[in-house]
Structure formats: structure tokens, C-alpha cells
Write a protein that binds this ligand. Structure first.
Ligand code: NAD
Length: 244
């Protein structure tokens, strides 16, 4: 049990990478507090025996309240994010603001709520979900999304630097395309589902889309003491995309 004795607070746990990660954290012995904006997803998590609460990470008061109720944690998994599809000219101010609110300000807010407890107990591991579409590589029609995920990497490095002597590690996972309900919706929204799926697969040298469980394995490692010497890194997990 690689996470035995640890408590993990997780956002966006209802589907995709977030769901796979709370399951993996639990399988490795962590006490998991899973959260999601979607009440049905919260009920489904509870049906699996996972402690789950409804939380919209854009709601500052709700984040403060749940952090107060939860108390100190060892692992913070910031997963919530939104993909806006489009170029700069497609991105209206409301799209820009919402993307930054959910993808950047929310992990700032959640981390700010939980970091004091981590510091009090002498350490912890923060794992942020960024993307290879960020400061690492450009992807078509990911203008504001890429900008937000670049900001997540910057924030990750800054937190790691500021608290490295106080037992805090902070890393970012940068996935390429991963199977999830929102990916399915994005492919359907493009009109020709098969063409959209083929285009996503074409840019993966391994010839396939990633599975959420593959991202969860990396999250377990980063959350665990096995990664005790690893902080401030943006780790690509991308089927070879950014290597070629
Ligand atoms: P997803 O986007 O399909 O959904 C995950 C969950 O987020 C859902 O259960 C949803 O209810 C919840 N959610 C949405 N808004 C929320 C809010 N305001 N507060 C709390 N929860 C909220 O899952 P995914 O595609 O696995 O994405 C998870 C993270 O991984 C995101 O940050 C995304 O940008 C990132 N990511 C995804 C991919 C991919 O291809 N799927 C690739 C790289 C990075």
C-alpha cells in the first residue's frame, strides 16, 4: 500500500482522470476525499464506498468551507479543468475569463486553502493536472486552454520553489489526449466523430489515445513517498507526442 496513512483531497473526481485517480489512491491505501461539481457523480462515488462531496471549485466560499471541515491533508490533487475549443479569434472575453477561472484560479484557491494545513503537519504532495498543450507544445484550437495550462505549470514551479524547504512537493502532470466524457463530447461537437477521433490518434506516435488509469498511476507515484526527491516538474505523459 503505497499511500497507506495518507489523506488525499481531490477535485473533479466524478469522471475521467479524476475518477481513475481517486480509485487508484484508494487502492493504494489512502483516505480519499473526492469532490465534484456533479451531484450524480458524487452519488456514484459514494456508491463505490468513496467519501465524496459536491464541490464547485470556482466557488470560493465552498472551497474555504470544505478545507476547514476536512482539516490537514497529505495529498492535494487539483484536477478540474475545461477545454475551450478555438483560436484566439474564437475566444471571446467570457471564454477567456471562464477558462482562467476554472483552470488557474481554482487550483490557486484550493491550494491556498489546503497549504497551511500541509505546512502545519510538516509536508505534503500537491499534484496539478496541466497538459502537454501548454508551454510544452501548441495544439490547434487550444488558444486559451494552452495559456491556462502553461499558467498551471508556472504556478506549480513557483509553489515548489517557495515551499521546498518546508516539506512540500508540487508537480504537474501533462497528459496528451486521454479518454474521458469531455473528450467524447469534444469529438462529437466537431461534427464528424470518426474524423475527429482519427485526428487525435494521428498525433500520438503510439497510435492510440491514453487511458485515465495510465495518468492515475503517475499521480500515485507523485503523491507517494517514492517521489520524495521530485518537485517542481512538469511531467509529460503523452504517447510519445512531444518527443518527435
Ligand atoms: P472531464 O473534463 O471529462 O471531467 C472531469 C470532472 O470535472 C467531471 O466529473 C466534471 O463534473 C468535473 N468538473 C467540471 N467543472 C467542475 C468544477 N467547476 N468544479 C468541480 N468539478 C468540476 O475529465 P478529464 O478529461 O479527465 O479532465 C480532467 C483534467 O485533465 C482537466 O484539468 C483537463 O484539462 C486535463 N486534461 C485532460 C486531457 C484529456 O484528453 N482528457 C488531456 C490533458 C489534460
Amino acid at each position: 500500500m503505497r499511500l497507506a496513512g495518507k489523506t488525499a483531497f481531490c477535485t473533479a473526481s466524478g469522471a475521467g482522470i479524476g475518477l481513475a485517480t481517486v480509485r487508484a489512491f484508494r487502492a493504494e491505501g489512502a483516505r480519499v476525499i473526492a469532490t465534484d461539481i456533479n451531484s450524480k457523480a458524487v452519488d456514484a462515488l459514494r456508491d463505490e464506498g468513496i467519501e465524496a462531496h459536491r464541490l464547485d471549485v470556482t466557488d470560493a466560499a465552498a472551497v474555504a468551507a470544505i478545507a476547514r471541515d476536512t482539516g490537514p491533508v497529505d495529498i492535494l490533487f487539483n484536477c478540474a479543468g475545461f477545454v475551450h475549443h478555438g483560436t484566439l479569434l474564437d475566444c471571446e472575453e467570457k471564454d477567456f475569463d471562464f477558462s482562467f477561472e476554472l483552470n488557474v484560479k481554482a487550483p490557486y484557491r484550493v491550494t491556498r486553502a489546503f497549504l497551511p494545513g500541509m505546512l502545519e503537519q510538516g509536508g505534503g504532495s500537491i499534484v496539478n493536472i496541466a497538459s502537454v498543450a501548454s508551454s510544452i507544445i501548441a495544439a490547434p484550437n487550444r488558444f486559451v486552454y494552452g495559456a491556462t495550462k502553461a499558467a498551471v505549470i508556472g504556478m506549480t514551479k513557483s509553489i515548489a520553489a517557495d515551499y521546498v524547504t518546508r516539506g512540500i512537493r508540487c508537480n504537474a502532470i501533462c497528459p496528451a489526449t486521454v479518454e474521458s466524457p469531455s473528450l467524447e463530447a469534444r469529438m462529437r461537437a466537431q461534427g464528424d466523430y470518426e474524423a475527429a477521433r482519427a485526428a487525435f490518434i494521428a498525433r500520438q506516435p503510439m497510435g492510440r489515445i491514453g487511458q485515465p488509469e495510465e495518468i492515475a498511476h503517475l499521480a500515485v507515484y507523485l503523491a507517494s513517498d517514492e517521489a520524495a526527491f521530485l518537485s517542481g516538474q512538469a511531467i509529460s505523459i503523452d504517447g510519445g507526442w512531444t518527443n518527435i
